[in-house]
Design a protein around this ligand. Structure first.
Ligand code: GDP
Ligand code: MN
Length: 390
């Protein structure tokens, strides 16, 4: 799960990591009010979307007065920010962060993440701050330093000190850098993060270290033990289809294609996506309705597929074992009664109660194309979509 910069900054603060004072605003008037609570300018007004690269996309602006902060907020709020990370459709900005601008003397990159290969949390730092770390990794990898953290010892002082020296920090700066690394590591482990990133970590005019940007991602599998973290979720930033699927406890992942897939079992669901690709098609989603789905859950899943405007054909591929084919069919018909079904359904039902399922679908009046097997179904779905676009 991702959160906004203003939320990450509040977490940093709670863990003793210095951030510029400031707060979120949803309107220009609110932005002006936040700026007034800070002693004096200049201020920085930043788009709050779950994406980096905001600076380059015009989502970070400076202001000298509270009135100007309001004006800049007015320019950013409501804009569709297109960054490298948002995809071409971009994100509509609904909030900005107004904070005291840092007088940046030097910029560094600092992060903690999990390196799956090493099975360790790693500290990553670079003197090439403020730039995209992915770009630095390509052009000058020698400027990126990494340090494995032992889970039993945690972040040790000497590791942080060594890293500070590699960055070329002065003795006074290293003194601040050590507790900074330790505090970030405490945040990372206590809140079950998958990423904590400061880019740029700034050294300001007074020689103090301060986080001029804040990014924190969490491990979804650990959210159950962090109600405070889960409460920071912003549904505006999530795929609407996935948010809806979460309500029904479905294993659903939205994709960009046009063939909606309803499948039981994660393995079969993945194989279905592969076989669609191999026939030249493109799946609109991954969906595993699970082994013990009720007709209601199936109806929910089918509604999500129908509501997706990109979907031009639905491929129902069910191998009934524990899941009964008639339950799937009932769910499909139930959802079809509520929502108009304008796309053809290619149906492959096999296994437990397959005949009963086929009979229910046949009697439903829906536009159904029967498939003899999985490959036949995938091929038919691909042909229907191609035919529709031709
Ligand atoms: P990102 O582009 O989404 O990573 O957003 P950032 O918050 O990192 O802002 C982009 C860039 O704007 C940074 O790399 C800095 O160079 C600059 N910037 C951000 N905040 C400040 C600030 O308070 N003071 C100054 N001088 N520059 C800032
Ligand atoms: Mn940044």
């Amino acid at each position: 799960m991702k959160i906004h910069e203003y939320q990450a900054a509040a977490l940093f603060s709670a863990y003793g990591v210095r951030v510029p004072e400031g707060g979120p605003a949803s309107t220009p008037a609110e932005a002006e009010a936040v700026a007034r609570t800070l002693q004096s300018g200049p201020f920085v007004v930043k788009a709050q979307v779950h994406s980096g690269g905001r600076g380059k996309a015009g989502g970070v602006k400076f202001a000298n007065t509270p009135e100007e902060a309001a004006q800049k907020a007015g320019e950013i709020l409501g804009m569709t920010l297109v960054t490298k990370q948002t995809g071409p459709q971009g994100r509509v900005v609904q909030k900005v962060l107004v904070s005291r601008a840092v007088n940046i003397a030097r910029e560094y990159y600092l992060s903690l993440t999990v390196d799956g290969t090493r099975e360790r949390v790693v500290l990553i730092a670079s003197p090439a701050g403020g730039m995209e770390i992915e770009e630095t990794a390509k052009t000058s990898p020698e400027k990126i330093f990494t340090q494995e953290i032992d889970p039993y010892l945690g972040m040790t002082g000497y590791q942080a000190r060594e890293m500070g020296k590699k960055l070329g920090l002065s003795a006074a700066e290293v003194k601040q850098f050590i507790p900074l690394c330790k505090n970030l590591y405490r945040l990372f482990t206590e809140k079950d993060c998958s990423l904590v990133e400061i880019n740029p970590l700034a050294v300001d005019g007074a020689g103090d270290l301060i986080a001029a940007d804040a990014k924190v991602n969490f491990d979804d599998n650990a959210l159950f033990r962090h109600a405070d973290v889960a409460a920071m979720r912003d549904p505006n930033e999530e795929d609407a289809r996935e948010a809806e699927a979460a309500k029904y406890d479905l294993n659903y992942i939205g994709l960009d294609g046009d063939i909606g897939c309803m499948v039981n079992g994660a393995g079969l669901a993945m194989a279905t996506m592969d076989i669609i690709q191999s026939f030249g098609g493109s799946p609109a989603n991954f969906l595993d309705v699970g082994g013990s789905a009720t007709a209601e859950k199936v109806a929910g899943a089918f509604s999500i597929l129908l509501a997706d405007s990109k979907v031009r054909c639905i491929f129902i591929n069910i191998f009934g074992g524990i899941m009964r084919c008639d339950v799937i069919a009932e769910g499909v018909v139930e959802a079809a009664r509520k929502l108009a079904v304008k796309v053809p359904l290619v149906v492959r039902l096999e296994g437990t109660n397959a005949e009963a399922g086929k009979a229910i679908l046949a009697g439903s009046g829906l536009n159904i194309v029967a498939a003899a097997d999985m490959a036949d179904g995938a091929e038919k779905a691909c042909r229907l979509v191609k035919g529709a676009s031709a």
